[in-house]
Structure formats: structure tokens, C-alpha cells
Write a protein that binds this ligand. Structure first.
Ligand SMILES: CC(C)(COP(=O)(O)OP(=O)(O)OC[C@H]1O[C@@H](n2cnc3c(N)ncnc32)[C@H](O)[C@@H]1OP(=O)(O)O)[C@@H](O)C(=O)NCCC(=O)NCCS
Length: 171
């Protein structure tokens, strides 16, 4: 559990899987992922069981004043090189109210100061202007592009790789 101000990050519990599935299956979330397929309960339970024993991935619930507002994705956790892939989805009713930016700041604080990572990276679809703008404003730097990696809305789009280092976040 990690608390910063009114925000709390804690591990996703089994009893919350339906909520997490609804968030995942929200078209605005799904369309941003490499694999944009809906998941059902059976698939999710199998995924959750493997997640519980994984050292490479974690899912954290974001709470704001006790309300569940979103989910953090931590993947490719690399302890040796201190590198981690981060992602965050805010539940529909809480979007556009500043929670994404504030939650991301808490997430970076957690990743750099609790997990002792040196590099946080992510992939963002080139059409996801809101997220791209958010990452830029937090200090993420564009590293490169997976050209035409995503096929959406009848055409191909780039997947943009961005990262931020601990020393940059401190600044
Ligand atoms: C992307 C996401 C995490 C941003 O969180 P949010 O709470 O909606 O965003 P915030 O209210 O914190 O705003 C963040 C920035 O985006 C801007 N913004 C907010 N809504 C916007 C919109 N509809 N279009 C463009 N920019 C927008 C804000 O102005 C803010 O910039 P600022 O700090 O310069 O003012 C959230 O919208 C989300 O989960 N979306 C669906 C899934 C997704 O895209 N996940 C990320 C995958 S890489």
C-alpha cells in the first residue's frame, strides 16, 4: 500500500475483478491497447491467477478519498536494470478532472522512491492525444516509434515509446 495525499495505491484484489474487467472492456481503454479484444470472466480469472505469481507484472487500484478511480499497470518489471513499464487507466466517470495527472505523479513517486526504479517507460497510441499530452507534461521524453504497430479505425497508427528517468523526475 502506498499513500500520497488523498491518493492511495494498493494491490488489485480478487473481489474487484468485475470492476477491473468493466474498466478494461471500456472501448476508450481497450482501443489504446495492443490487443484490443474484450475479455470475459473465465479469461480474466486465468490471467489473475498467473498475475498473482508473477514477478514481472502487477496491477494496483488507485483510490481517491476512499473511492476506486482507476487501475495502474506495472509490467516488464526489471529489478536488475531498474526499469519498469507503467500504465494507468482512469474510470470513465472520473476522467478529465485532473485525477490522471495527479495519480501519475503518485505512481512515479512510488516507482522511483519505493520500488527504486531508474527508468519508467510506456507506449502510447499516436491518436491518444490526451494521454500523450499528459505524459509530456509529466516530463516523459519520446524515445522512438513502433511504426504502424496499431490497426484502428480502418488504418495503421504508430505506437510511441516514451520514458522518464529518476533524475529527470526529481527535476
Ligand atoms: C489518459 C487518462 C489516464 C488521463 O486521465 P484524466 O484524468 O482523464 O486526465 P486529466 O484530467 O488528469 O488531464 C490530463 C491532461 O489532459 C488534458 N485533457 C483532459 N481531457 C482531455 C481531452 N478530452 N482531450 C485532450 N486533452 C485532455 C488536460 O487538460 C490535462 O492537461 P493539463 O495538465 O495540461 O491541463 C484517462 O483519460 C484515461 O484513462 N483514458 C482512457 C484510457 C487511456 O487512454 N489510458 C492511457 C493509455 S496510454
Amino acid at each position: 500500500m502506498f499513500k500520497s495525499g488523498e491518493y492511495l495505491l494498493r494491490i488489485l484484489e480478487k473481489f474487484e475483478l468485475e470492476w477491473a474487467r468493466e474498466l478494461h472492456n471500456d472501448p476508450e481503454v481497450l482501443t489504446m491497447l495492443t490487443d484490443a479484444s474484450f475479455i470475459n470472466e473465465t479469461q480474466q480469472i486465468k490471467w489473475y491467477e498467473s498475475l498473482c505469481t508473477s514477478t514481472k507484472s502487477k496491477r494496483l487500484v488507485i483510490e481517491y478519498n476512499g473511492e476506486k478511480i482507476g487501475l495502474v499497470r506495472l509490467d516488464d518489471i526489471d529489478q536488475v536494470n531498474q526499469s519498469i513499464c507503467v500504465g494507468l487507466d482512469i474510470a470513465k466517470v472520473y476522467r478529465g478532472q485532473g485525477h490522471g495527472k495527479k495519480s501519475f505523479k503518485v505512481l512515479l513517486e512510488y516507482v522511483f522512491h519505493e520500488l527504486n526504479m531508474n527508468r519508467a517507460w510506456l507506449l502510447v497510441a499516436e491518436f491518444n492525444e490526451r494521454a500523450y499530452k499528459l505524459y509530456k507534461s509529466l516530463g516523459f521524453i519520446e524515445e522512438g516509434r513502433q511504426r504502424e504497430r496499431l490497426y484502428r479505425f480502418g488504418r495503421h497508427y504508430d505506437y510511441i515509446m516514451m520514458s522518464i528517468l529518476k533524475k529527470e523526475y526529481k527535476r
